[in-house]
Write a protein that binds this ligand. Structure first.
Ligand code: DX5
Ligand code: ZN
Length: 213
């Protein structure tokens, strides 16, 4: 199981220190939530802060766009060379075109699904992407409770990926902690994003290790 701490729950007053700490604690990716105040009722960070985060990080970035204008934000963040760039399918009229654009920048494209969005919505595009991000809370805020139907959804998606003979990774984001990590693993999830669970823990290393079930 790979672990991607979401810096949304970090102390932004000492962001570089926080990022170094999670990298030293052995995380695999650094999850960066970009919110525009339109797609979700919250506003987070832009390229200047993400660039500072990239400089502090010894691990690849996993940028999660929660925005209305995906093309604009892709152009803004592509120069920072994240490993993954996820956009929400609910907000994209031309996902295939955007995926090609992300790939042409040398970045692995990923699609994010809100809790209510069926996995069928990405059936014909699955082979074009490297990862599916399943939201297990409503996007916008850290510290919310895990929506249990996400487990069934992950299981179903894993079967679809296997049937298609693909290597697409499944990432789950929202309300993840040591209590649901085992069930998520059994459902076929590859990457866990956790914000409040890791940054709220006395030891980042112990918290990260507890998710590696
Ligand atoms: C929510 C974000 C998440 C969030 C997760 O919109 O996409 O990455 O930071 O936070 P926790 O782990 O606290 O639910
Ligand atoms: Zn996220």
């Amino acid at each position: 199981m790979l672990v991607a701490p979401s810096i949304l729950s970090a102390n932004f007053g000492k962001l570089d220190e926080e990022i170094r700490a999670i990298c030293d604690a052995g995380c695999d990716l650094v999850h960066v939530d970009v919110m525009d105040g339109h797609f979700v009722p919250n506003l987070t960070i832009g390229p200047v802060v993400v660039q500072a985060a990239a400089r502090a990080s010894s691990k690849p970035l996993d940028i999660h766009l929660m925005v209305e204008n995906n093309t604009f934000f892709t152009e803004l963040f592509a120069p920072l060379k994240p490993k993954y760039l996820s956009f929400h399918i609910e907000e994209e009229k031309h996902p295939h075109r955007l995926i090609q654009k992300i790939k042409s920048c040398g970045i692995s494209p990923a699609i994010a699904l809100n809790p209510h969005t069926p996995t069928e919505s990405i059936e014909y595009i699955l082979e074009e992407i490297d990862m599916v991000l399943l939201m297990s809370v409503n996007p916008g805020f850290g510290g919310q409770s895990f929506i249990c139907s996400s487990l069934k959804k992950a299981e179903k998606l894993r079967k679809t990926i296997e049937r298609a003979g693909l290597k697409t990774l499944i990432e789950v984001d929202g309300g993840v902690n040591s209590k649901n990590a085992r069930d998520l693993k059994n459902a076929g999830v590859d990457i866990l994003v956790a914000g409040s669970y890791i940054f709220g823990a006395p030891s980042y290393k112990d918290a990260i290790d507890s998710l590696r079930v």
